[in-house]
Ligand binder design. Structure first.
Ligand SMILES: [Zn+2]
Ligand SMILES: [Zn+2]
Length: 346
């Protein structure tokens, strides 16, 4: 049976990962088990299924109900009894994550941040902050590739240095010409690219940085009680995105190597990027996704650092009222409002 659950050895209740202690915890009897020092239950069941044969239906080991999953789900909770379950056959072979950053922010903290984000409904439309909306707060491990990229950069440029000086009655302008050549080795490590087709790439980018010193060797109990997805795109498919992501950093490094000239004209720029390694990792994100008046909104929060991104809906009526209440600042734009709400640029 490829479904793994985390029964408490003391009392039989379902155990979940606790973001505060970093342990696999039983909320019924208080038992806490170290994840790092214990064997992953995945190891015991791994030989009972092969990578190719995926089960069509998954049943909860606690209550026997069918577990509702889509093809990408690797961890979820049973919708009948609430047990945290992990779909073992979607975590082996090439789908086995190398590492995980566990959640540090608890659901309560995430909900608090969500309320604050909405400013307790002051500028968001009436009826937006509902109990349902808060209930839908989801802790999700999002699949990412972490790329190590080695770049060999060769640049040819024509540069000038101009100086003017006066000697006697004459004013001289002296222009020196240079052929500049730079051969630079630039290595980037752990460049994160979100590997889930469902999530907005731009939004995921904004959740960075993730503190990589918190990376742990992957073990399934970290997923207990959370949602997790497997990747949709492999490391080769996403390599172009990783290259695009580091391109501006390479450009600014090249510029920093070209100082001291009056002008620089590039004649050739050759960047060869070699994929040194790519690790499949799961990173923690708290999320509320919802449709509101035909538009899609996402609240997303880095589950380790607490950084919040996304933009809440703004009630036009409430914004006008808010402006009216502050005399003399009516020139402020809506943009300022979204900034004031902590919504960021998105
Ligand atoms: Zn227990
Ligand atoms: Zn169940």
């Amino acid at each position: 049976m490829p479904v793994i659950d985390y029964k408490c050895p003391s009392c039989g209740s379902g155990m979940v990962f606790d973001s505060e202690t970093g342990m696999l915890s039983c909320h019924s009897c208080g038992r806490e088990d170290s994840i790092e020092n214990n064997a992953d239950p995945l190891l015991q069941v791994r030989n009972t299924f092969s990578e190719e044969e995926q089960a069509v239906e998954y049943h909860c080991k606690s209550c026997g109900a069918i577990i509702m999953t889509d093809a990408d789900t690797v961890a979820t909770t049973c919708s009948f009894c609430g047990s945290g379950v992990v779909i073992g056959d979607r975590l082996v072979g090439k789908l086995a994550p190398a590492m995980v950053i566990p959640f540090k922010i608890s659901k309560e903290e995430a909900v608090k941040a969500f309320r604050k984000w909405c400013r307790n409904g002051r500028l968001t439309p009436d009826g937006f902050m509902t109990a349902d909306r808060i209930q839908s707060m989801t802790g999700m491990y999002v699949p990412f590739w972490l790329y190590d990229l080695n770049n060999k950069v060769e640049v040819h440029a024509h540069a000038t240095r101009v100086r003017t000086y006066t000697r006697g009655e004459y004013r001289y302008t002296e222009t020196q010409h240079f052929d500049v050549y730079r051969d630079i080795a630039l290595n980037y490590v752990k460049v994160p690219i979100d590997a889930s087709a469902k999530l907005n790439d731009e939004l995921m980018d904004k959740l960075e940085p993730f503190p990589y010193e918190q990376l742990k060797s992957f073990k399934t109990p970290y997923l207990a009680g959370y949602i997790a997805e497997k990747y949709n795109h492999d490391e080769q498919q996403l390599l172009p995105r990783a290259k695009d992501k580091i391109a501006p950093f390479i450009d600014s490094f090249i510029q920093s190597e070209m100082t001291g000239y009056t002008s620089v004209t590039y004649t050739s720029k050759q960047i060869d990027t070699a994929l040194a390694r790519a690790d499949y990792v799961l990173l923690p994100v708290w999320m509320v996704q919802y449709d509101y008046k035909k538009a899609k909104y996402t609240f997303a929060m880095n589950g380790q650092t607490g950084k919040v991104v996304g933009k809440p809906p703004i009630s036009k009526a409430k914004v006008s009222a808010w402006f009216a209440g502050i005399a003399g600042v009516s020139f402020l734009s809506l943009k300022f409002v979204s900034w004031a709400m902590g919504g960021g640029l998105w």
